[in-house]
Design a binder for this molecule. Structure first.
Ligand code: GTP
Ligand code: MG
Length: 360
């Protein structure tokens, strides 16, 4: 029986999992492979799903909980894909605040569904700048979040040191050396989702791999749960109407307003992303640090005027989650000439992970 390959991608919020998933899917599609993707979140209205869909890949979502706690949903989702599309590879992106994936997702998938599915080694994505920020003295990250970040790295079989296009080669090498000590059995690849550097090497290597060391974490679920609880979550879809809105300017301003208000409250941004669309165009902007917005090519593509746009906001921030709803309300009030309607709102702190299975 033909097995479908499944690649689970983990790693901290904003590391570049979705971007790499799309880049890898592109590479495989160019070779004639049939690829599908799965996104995952505790909430709904996922910007990641929009991104994958807009790149033309079949996409399914596991919502309302992480893969480990919604294991049966994950299996149903995989079955749905396999039964409805001819599929060679499925990429499944875990929530960026999750860890212990090997014991709770990879191993159970292999044990229960190994006949149909060829579960590939666990890949963890790391943003070098985040690594530096978390490891440095007087880091702005809490010890619990640093613990979660370290645990994610510890269980990597493949580690992608991503965003190599914007990090100095020397710095990448230095972090790679540190990682070699932490995870001596893992294979580490510098990658870039922007120019696809390292992506084919990772894929070729992963498909050739066998008998890799699989680390089941020694993990304190109390600390892990506390880390997740410290992250405020907001997923919202809003409609913005007005006369000839300059969409690019508006989107940029909106994200900046969010960042300013978060900064004022001493919050630490893990990932803030917005998706903007009307019937003709779409755009994604995001920030993975308090003072940084990832410029999007679209910004350069001239004027985009629209009378109505739909916007999805996904915020994962180290702040009391209720504050995120307050910020959304504040921003809404500041736009007096625009009609802003909140269509849907999920606002919470992730609850304690309770995996369906845990294989040791
Ligand atoms: N320069 C550069 N930017 C990147 C790269 N990969 C991702 N990014 C940017 O980093 C930000 C986060 O990327 P995502 O792919 O959304 O990260 P993620 O890990 O899926 O984030 P979550 O789903 O929130 O956990 C986005 O603004 C991307 O455009 C890369 O290789 N180089
Ligand atoms: Mg993502």
């Amino acid at each position: 029986m033909k097995q479908t390959k499944v690649i689970i991608i983990s790693g901290f919020l904003g590391a570049g999992k979705t971007s790499l998933m799309v880049s890898a899917a592109d590479q495989l599609r160019a070779k004639g492979w049939k690829v599908a993707c799965i996104t995952n979140d505790q909430g709904e209205q996922l910007v990641d799903t929009k991104i994958v869909y807009s790149n033309g890949f079949p996409i399914q979502q596991v919502q309302g909980g992480c893969f480990c706690c919604k294991f049966d949903n994950l299996v149903d989702t995989i079955n749905h894909i396999v039964n409805h599309n001819e599929t060679d590879v499925i990429f499944a992106e875990a929530v960026g605040s999750c860890t212990d994936i090997m014991a709770t997702v990879n191993k159970p998938l292999e044990a229960f569904h190994g006949e149909l599915l060829d579960i590939q080694p666990l890949t963890v994505v790391v943003d070098p700048q985040r690594f530096r920020d978390i490891k440095k003295e007087n880091s702005i990250y809490t010890t619990e979040i640093a613990y979660l970040f370290e645990k994610q790295i510890e269980e990597a079989q493949y580690l992608l040191l991503n965003k190599a296009d914007v990090n100095e080669k020397m710095e990448i090498e230095e972090i790679k050396n540190q990682l070699d000590n932490i995870i001596p059995f893992a294979k580490i690849f510098p990658t870039s989702a922007v120019n696809a550097m390292g992506v084919n090497e990772w894929l070729d290597n992963i498909f050739d791999s066998n008998d890799l060391n699989a680390t089941v974490l020694d993990i304190d679920y109390d600390v892990y749960a506390k880390a997740e609880e410290q992250l405020g979550w907001l997923n919202s879809s809003i409609s913005v109407s007005g006369l000839q809105i300059d969409v690019l300017e508006f989107a940029n301003e909106l994200l900046n307003k969010w960042l300013e208000k978060l900064e004022q409250r001493g919050a630490v941004v893990a990932h803030l992303k917005i998706w903007v669309e009307d019937e003709n165009r779409h755009l994604k902007l995001s920030s993975v640090r308090n003072n940084e917005i990832y410029p999007l090519n679209d910004i350069k593509h001239g004027i985009w005027l629209s009378d109505k746009v739909d916007i999805w906001i996904n915020a994962r921030i180290n702040i009391d989650y209720q504050m995120l709803k307050i910020i959304l309300e504040e921003i809404k009030l500041e736009y007096k000439t625009l009609d802003i309607i909140v269509n849907q709102l999920d606002n919470f702190a992730p609850s304690r992970p309770v995996p369906t299975h845990r294989f040791v």
